[in-house]
Design a protein around this ligand. Structure first.
Ligand code: XMP
Length: 521
């Protein structure tokens, strides 16, 4: 593992640990904390109190969870945690767990509370100090309810089905809320978290992108020493930011390898070369491999075979390039925090074999440098900005490793790639013109393997359709089709048909994920 534990301790002064009890929202809690410039990290609930104290946390937040605290096998936490003297805030399940482990009681309700609920604040205490006594909307999701708070605690709020919607015991540094302060639907949530972080835990709020850069540069220097590193650039934001950060730390000891597969979006290859070679001054090995990819893809129509062919050839070419960088012992990867969290638990059925520059084979003998392992995507974008990367890269939408190869249904040919690139460029341009570029998770064109009859200028046409796919999403695990304005769809349709030869029809994909996937193959 690249980021060593001790290293993390040294890097960030304040640290809020989010203990995950199987919540939907553990990541969201960590992000909300970080939005206050306080570093936060998610840990599993089965660590011992000693292990938890080794992290030297400034404060601890217990997440919600799907089970009942009274159910057999419900996730617990080492009760030794309450003896550490570290402030603890429990949310939903987390609050109930504090109650039952510290002398209170949780009972089964006649009725649960799900969604928007009115909470009545009776005595604000320190956590709800910013709220007037009276009612406030909060977002609840529970069936069980706390009927007695931890011994000696004060109930500060209630709701119809949660007699104790918030409690606190300042002497024992225990705080709990039945509602979810981390979600947008709890307007007072932000203030409550701020109170916890700054009043209760006395955090300093000095975790900024500048401090992240400084500490990362320091730890990359320590890790790499005077060794050499290589980094595969995909054109995407993660590898770009990782490369820029590592370059800041070790300069010419880093070489970037950019394999141009010929399957990137229009102008993207040129832009990667311009940004890294010219502006950032990074040693860049630009491997032009278009012909090899097109040759390998000849006659292949089956999606998985296509993905495998592209992935394997990519690895072969990357390995050849890497051999030319003599004595490189380190491989830079743009692994993000959600990947780190998910790789611990993910056991999902394989839908597609993903390939990216992070998907290089295990037998490559490199030590990994993963400077973004602690960061969420939006933080990586801020970091990229801070490092001087252009908006086109910082705000680039996710793009699949196999590139346009999985957006061309059927055989991939240079002509089809050119057609798709032209249509895709229009989609991106018009989305930007409409000011929707940052709101839409991904928007692109797909070229299917069918043709249809049309009429243009009194002539019969027999051309390809272009399918536009635009989705909103938080994490690509689920997605909804974007409700693009009709005017935008109209502009897209007319520009694509007028400007892209061989295309006579435009369709809009209105499938969410699931049941569809974001990409077509
Ligand atoms: P799907 O199509 O599975 O895509 O809904 C989910 C997200 O992953 C991207 N994607 C890939 N990313 N290598 C990648 O790095 C791949 O092989 C790959 N295939 C899909 C896709 O663009 C979407 O953001």
């Amino acid at each position: 593992m690249a980021t060593k534990f001790q290293d993390k301790i040294d890097r960030f002064k304040d640290r809020i640990l989010v203990v995950d009890f199987g919540a939907q929202y553990a990541q969201l809690i960590a992000r909300r904390v970080r939005e206050n410039n306080v570093y936060s990290e998610i840990i599993p609930h089965n660590l011992s109190a000693k292990e938890i104290s080794n992290y030297q946390p400034t404060g601890i937040i217990f997440s919600g969870g799907p089970t009942s605290v009274n159910a057999e096998g419900a996730p617990q936490i080492d009760p030794g945690i309450y003896e550490l003297g570290i402030p603890i805030l429990g949310i939903c399940y987390g609050a109930q767990l504090i109650a039952v482990q510290c002398g209170g009681k949780v009972g089964r309700n006649e009725q649960g509370e799900y969604g928007r609920t009115e909470m009545t604040v009776s005595s604000p205490g320190s956590l709800l100090a910013d709220l007037e006594t009276g009612t406030h909307p909060v977002w609840m999701s529970h069936f069980d309810a706390i009927v007695e708070g931890p011994e000696g605690s004060l109930a500060t709020a209630s709701s119809t089905n949660a007699p104790i919607a918030a409690f606190e015991s300042p002497e024992r540094k225990l705080y709990g809320v039945q509602f979810h302060p981390e979600v947008q639907h709890t307007p007072c949530g932000e203030k409550l978290l701020t109170r916890f972080l700054f009043d209760v835990c006395s955090c300093s709020g000095d975790w900024t992108m500048t401090s992240v850069i400084e500490s990362s540069v320091e730890s990359i220097k320590q890790q790499v020493g005077d060794g050499k590193a290589i980094c595969g650039l995909s054109g995407g934001v993660d590898s770009a930011v990782a490369a820029a950060l590592v370059h800041k730390a070790i300069g010419d000891q880093l070489t970037c390898v950019f394999v141009d597969t010929g399957l990137m979006r229009a102008d993207e290859g040129t832009q990667v070369v311009e940004t890294f070679d010219r502006h950032q001054g990074i040693e860049l090995m630009h491997v032009k491999a278009e012909d090899r990819f097109f040759e390998a893809l000849e006659g292949i129509t089956e999606p998985e075979e296509k993905r495998k062919t592209i992935g394997e050839l990519f690895i072969r070419i990357f390995e050849d390039a890497e051999k030319q960088v003599q004595d490189a012992a380190f491989l830079v990867q743009g692994t993000l925090y959600p990947d780190v969290i998910e790789s611990g638990t993910k056991d999902a059925a394989k839908i597609k074999s993903h390939h990216n520059v992070g998907g290089l084979p295990d037998d490559m003998e490199f030590e990994l440098v993963e400077p973004l392992r602690d960061l969420f995507k939006d933080e990586v974008r801020s970091l990229g900005k801070e490092l001087g990367l252009p908006d086109e890269i910082v705000w680039r939408q996710p793009f699949p490793g196999p590139g346009l190869g999985v957006r061309i249904i059927g055989e991939v040919t240079p002509e089809k790639v050119a057609t798709l690139q032209a249509a895709d460029k229009i989609v991106r341009e018009e989305l930007r013109n409409a000011g929707l570029e940052r709101e839409i998770w991904q928007a692109f064109a797909v070229l299917p393997d069918i043709r249809s009859v049309g009429v243009m200028g009194d002539e019969r046409t027999y051309g390809y359709p272009i399918i536009i796919r635009a989705v909103t999403s938080e994490d690509a695990m689920t997605a909804d089709w974007a409700r693009l304005p009709y005017e935008l769809l109209e502009t897209l349709s007319s520009r694509i048909i007028n400007e892209v030869s061989g295309v006579n029809r435009v369709a809009y994909d209105i499938t969410s994920k699931p049941p569809g996937t974001i990409e077509w193959e």
